[in-house]
Design a protein around this ligand. Structure first.
Ligand code: ADP
Ligand code: MG
Length: 596
């Protein structure tokens, strides 16, 4: 018997679960599903984002629905249109082997006539945003007077968004004897109020600590001056060539502006906020899901609850006004047990907010430095080399090869490699070479070494040597395990390996200069599982900023797709290298301040 079977789920649902690839129930599922299946009870379930709450209510709901009746029996309320669509799609997947179960999504910004037509065909389950739901009730386009189950998903956020009155009105149209299931990441007093007012002796389950962020997420912050936010964002993106991220801004205007700038600079970015039409938002979400957009720039409201797989980074372009919101943001990554990074770009004056967030999420932030231009160049260079290595050969070039070979016939392999790399790299390098260190001090004020869990993020690096090693995340390493691996292989002491920076298929680390010979000797012709593990001294000794790197750094990646209007996969845009990180004017200003 599988663990899902033990929860009491029927065969058709177990088959759907197999298709979904879920192997074991998450904690909230393990706790909620049996309770909901066995009793008709009210329930308050508190669990962090990304813990599988949708399935925790979705499966029991489907099992309890009477598919022979066309009456609307279940209502799921969710805060945003995107989430509403997402839940609807999930429920459809869960119920793929059920006969005659209809799920309909009801949300603003789309045709109300179409939605009401779908409902008339018989929807046992309705997933709705509060605003549109209320509208449809008022117009008598929907009847929820006979529902048995009402689910309030992301209840904290719905209340945050001011839906209290709407929810109250909606609930007043439902029968008293229904069961209400409330799911929430956090339990602010508005949520307790709803529970008190509209629920009868709810059973309560809590997963993890209340209000805690997901532990698979690493939290990092970068201190820059306010006007360097945008260039800092670009560098963070450039340091992670395979980034797939949500960038959070505080206002719709900033969201739009940052997205536009990124697109203009050749990144594959898109904006998601409430001023866009439903159609525009759908387009952006679709391309993001398909990974045609690498950076989704979004407001908190628009991105709430969005579940897109494998988001590698959440970037807080600005910190949210409320600490609670930070939890929701960082919960977009590190989902379903995967690891993720939540980065915060802060100014010195905002550092106290970091402390407040740490207290709230019970996790420490790592103080990190915005990479210098040289570091980014290096990363991009290795990334490019790896990309060439991994590129699948397009057989259609076969016909042209004789002519091409003819053109290149006098160039030997070594020179050819140099030239190929230079095609992409030179403009990039020229661009970065001209820029400055973006880091502001203020990091040390928090106590050097305290935050960086032995990664020595800010330790002085004079006299130390930086290395490149050809293994990375792809080989299953994170910075801790790589550090251990190097230490154990070479026979070094506890703190001898530092500044370990693991990228996708390669990494960097530092040691004191004395260890260099030993390291290089050990990693000569060194194999792990039959594969050569290679270490080289990297050209950039600092590897973490510092004075010597002044006047370097900056930002844009070699290629990217446009977004929104330019989502055509084939139409890649060149990034603009000619431009400075800021507009020309601002840059000369900043230059000046460098000297005074
Ligand atoms: P929450 O609502 O708690 O934020 P979701 O319901 O959106 O989380 O689920 C997060 C992700 O985890 C989804 O991609 C979902 O498909 C996946 N997931 C849910 N339950 C399981 C499970 N038991 N095993 C593996 N993945 C799961
Ligand atoms: Mg959810």
């Amino acid at each position: 018997m599988t663990k899902f079977e033990a929860l009491g789920l029927q065969k058709s649902l177990l088959d759907a679960i197999t298709d979904l690839g879920f192997e074991t129930p998450s904690e909230v599922q393990e706790k909620a599903i049996p309770i909901l299946l066995e009793n008709d009870t009210d329930l308050v379930a508190l669990a962090q984002t990304g813990t599988g709450k949708t399935a925790a209510f979705g499966f029991p709901l489907i099992q309890k629905i009477d598919s022979n009746s066309r009456t609307t029996q279940g209502l799921i309320l969710s805060p945003t249109r995107e989430l509403c669509i997402q839940i609807t799609n999930e429920i459809k997947l869960y119920s793929k082997y059920e006969k005659n179960i209809n799920v309909v999504a009801i949300y603003g910004g789309a045709s109300i006539t179409d939605q009401s037509r779908q409902i008339k065909r018989g929807a046992q389950i309705i997933v709705a945003t509060p605003g549109r739901m209320k509208d449809m009730i008022n117009r008598r386009l929907v009847d929820i007077s006979k529902i048995d189950y009402c689910i309030l998903d992301e209840a904290d956020e719905m209340l945050n968004m001011g839906f209290f009155e709407d929810i109250k009105d909606i609930l007043s149209n439902t029968p008293d004897e229904k069961s209400t299931w409330l799911f929430s990441a956090t339990m602010p007093k508005e949520v307790s109020l709803i529970a008190k007012k509209f629920m009868h002796n709810p059973q309560e389950i809590t997963v993890g600590t209340k209000n805690a962020g997901t532990s698979t997420v690493q939290h990092e912050y970068y201190v820059v001056s306010g006007r360097d936010r945008y260039p800092a964002l670009k560098r963070l993106a450039d340091t992670n060539p395979d980034i797939f991220s949500v960038v959070f801004c505080r206002t719709k205007r900033d969201t739009q502006r940052v997205a536009e700038k990124l697109i203009e600079d050749g990144y594959s970015a898109g904006a998601l906020h409430g001023d866009l039409s439903q159609n525009q938002r759908d387009l952006v979400m679709n391309s993001f899901r398909k990974k045609q957009i690498q950076m989704l720039v979004a407001t908190d409201v628009a991105a709430r609850g969005i579940d897109v797989e494998n988001i590698t980074h959440v970037i807080n372009y600005q910190l949210p006004d409320e600490i609670e919101i930070y939890t929701h943001r960082s919960g977009r990554t590190g989902r379903a047990g995967k690891s993720g990074i939540s980065m915060v770009i802060v100014t010195r004056s905002e550092l106290r907010k970091i402390k407040a967030i740490e207290n709230k999420i019970k996790q420490t932030f790592i103080a990190k430095k915005i990479p210098t231009g040289i570091e980014i160049c290096e990363i991009q260079l290795y990334h490019l080399a790896n990309k060439i290595k991994d590129t699948e050969i397009n057989e259609d070039i076969e016909n042209y090869l004789p002519a091409i070979n003819d053109v290149l016939k006098d160039i030997d392999r070594e020179e050819l490699i140099k030239k190929i790399i230079s095609v992409e790299f030179t403009r990039f390098y020229n661009y970065y070479n001209k820029t400055k260190d973006l880091n502001q001090s203020g990091v040390g004020e928090r106590g050097e070494g305290r935050r960086d869990r032995g990664n020595r993020g800010d330790a002085p690096t004079s006299g130390s040597v930086r290395y490149f090693i050809n293994v990375g995340e792809k080989d299953g390493y994170d910075w801790m395990s790589l550090k251990d691996f190097i230490r154990d292989t070479v026979g070094l002491g506890q703190d001898d390996v530092f500044k370990v920076d693991v990228k996708d298929s390669f990494s960097f680390f530092n040691t004191d200069a004395e260890a260099t010979e030993k390291i290089l000797a050990q990693f000569t012709e060194f194999k792990v599982d039959g594969r050569f593990v290679n270490v080289e001294v990297s050209k950039n000794p600092g590897g973490g900023g510092g004075r010597r790197d002044r006047n370097r750094g900056g930002g844009s990646r070699h290629r990217g797709q446009g977004s929104g209007g330019d989502r055509d996969r084939g139409k890649r845009r060149e990034r603009s290298y000619g431009k400075s990180e800021h507009s020309g004017k601002r840059r000369s200003k900043r230059r000046k301040s460098d000297f005074f």
